[in-house]
Ligand binder design. Structure first.
Ligand SMILES: Nc1ncnc2c1ncn2[C@@H]1O[C@H](COP(=O)(O)OP(=O)(O)OP(=O)(O)O)[C@@H](O)[C@H]1O
Ligand SMILES: [Mg+2]
Length: 421
């Protein structure tokens, strides 16, 4: 009798016929070790940080660039390489990465640094309650006791300045003067070039001793980035070149954002896998793009404040039940009033409703053109910018808006039927 010997049963049930070979490569957290079209930036950053390996203080750096241009990934990659080298040379350089969107207060930043320097166990800084000067002093002492070089990466640093001002940056960039045994340098990363307008000029010059700008990618650069990932992520021949070119082209048309190109490719492949097809074609890129746009729209709508939701729902109800393709502020107000009554919520003044309508317009959900009626004055003509059925699908996923649809919608339907009969 013939028998087959298996090294491992699951190795044998090969995944050769699936599209994806290694999903991790497509995740946003994956850090590649090769960055096409960023050799210059990688080299520059490494050269600026190199002095830390000799125990000197590298310059502080400000890195700018639009979203998805590789700022975070490349900074993490270079710092990781530096950390590895420093261990080899027995001249430890400590890296502390802080995302300032998540940690956006002076207290939070200092306690994160304290925690990283001493480790979670020995960290006695309370979550809150100390004065900033007190925590600054403790952190400074700890850093100095380390007797090493420390590089602190403040990613999305504009969020910190926006929430808490630039005082903390002033203190951190000045800390070196108070350090005897250690050296500290900062890397600030931002996709908002204008943010330095809001900071103290002294902080701007201290933090921006060196500055780098990452430019957006063009379509052919994005193709190279995607091809490199595709080689690692997919089984051979499963994703054709046209798909990669299309993902790159779409992302290049918008902001030259590598994240968007990668997301598009990952979602297209995910949909194709779920469909059980054996290879991915351009129709899946179209579907992925629609999915991404829908997700974005959903996020905007679901995070609106409640009164905004009530007013947007009123506009949708007008279109769904009264079949109004365009409506005036008066039409919106009438339904909104009805919605407030049925849902027992406070009704805002006409002026505030008008303001909220303008805000919905800024989100791109509606358009509101002011039309002159000659002797009869002027009024705003409001129109939904997204199909009412599409919006309704999203509203059904939000319990508050779904409630409006059901309770106020039924009332309107009855009113309409009464009018017809
Ligand atoms: N040159 C490149 N080669 C390979 N992958 C890249 C390259 N540039 C960016 N990426 C990848 O694109 C994605 C987005 O990059 P990253 O997160 O670094 O953007 P960012 O500039 O920090 O954007 P944001 O301002 O939105 O934070 C990551 O998955 C990153 O690995
Ligand atoms: Mg980033």
């Amino acid at each position: 009798m013939q028998s087959t010997s298996y090294s491992n049963l699951f190795d044998e049930i090969s995944r050769k016929d699936t599209i994806i070979k290694n999903r991790e490569v497509l995740e946003t957290t994956y850090l590649p070790d090769n960055f096409p079209h960023r050799d210059e930036e990688v080299k520059n950053l490494a050269e600026i940080l190199q002095p830390s390996l000799d125990g000197s203080k590298p310059s502080n750096i400000l890195i700018y660039g639009q979203t998805g241009t590789g700022k975070t990934a490349i900074t993490k990659y270079v710092c990781r390489q530096l950390s590895e080298k420093s261990r080899e040379c027995k001249k430890e350089v400590k890296m502390i990465y802080i995302n300032c969107k998540q940690t956006n207060t002076a207290y939070g930043i200092l306690s994160r640094i304290g925690e990283e320097v001493l480790g979670e166990k020995e960290n006695e800084i309370p979550i809150a309650g100390w004065r900033t000067e007190q925590i600054y002093e403790i952190v400074r002492k700890r850093i100095d006791n380390e007797g090493s070089s420390i590089v602190i990466i403040l990613d999305e640093v504009d969020a910190l300045v926006q929430k808490s001002g630039s005082d903390i940056l002033y203190h951190l960039t000045g800390m070196n003067v108070d350090l005897v045994n250690s050296k500290m340098s900062l890397i600030g990363i931002s996709n908002n070039v204008g943010f330095t307008k809001n900071i103290d000029p002294r902080v701007k010059s201290r933090l921006g001793e060196e500055s780098m700008t990452f430019s957006p990618y063009n379509a052919s650069q994005l193709i190279d980035i995607l091809e490199q990932r595709a080689k690692e992520a997919f089984n051979r021949g499963m994703v054709n070149d046209v798909v990669i070119r299309m993902c790159a082209g779409r992302a290049a048309q918008e902001h030259g954002d590598a994240r968007q190109a990668l997301d598009l490719l990952r979602i297209a492949v995910d949909i194709a896998e779920r469909d059980g097809v054996k290879s991915v074609d351009i129709n899946y890129v179209e579907r992925a793009q629609n999915r991404m746009e829908e997700d974005q729209l959903k996020k905007v709508i679901i995070t609106l404040p409640l009164q905004h939701k009530a007013i947007l729902s009123s506009i949708v109800l007008n279109e769904l039940y009264d079949k109004l393709k365009t409506q005036t502020t008066g039409d919106v107000q009438e339904i909104y009033s009805n919605v407030c009554e049925r849902l027992e919520i406070d009704e805002l003044s006409g002026r505030r409703v008008s303001q909220i309508i303008s805000e919905l317009e800024m989100h791109g959900l509606i358009s509101g053109k002011v039309v002159s009626w000659g002797r009869h004055g002027r009024s705003r003509v409001i129109k939904l910018e997204i199909g009412s059925r599409e919006i309704r699908k999203i509203m059904k996923k939000d319990s508050y808006m779904d409630d409006i649809l059901k309770r106020a919608g039924e009332g309107l339907l009855r009113r309409r039927q009464l009018r017809i009969t």
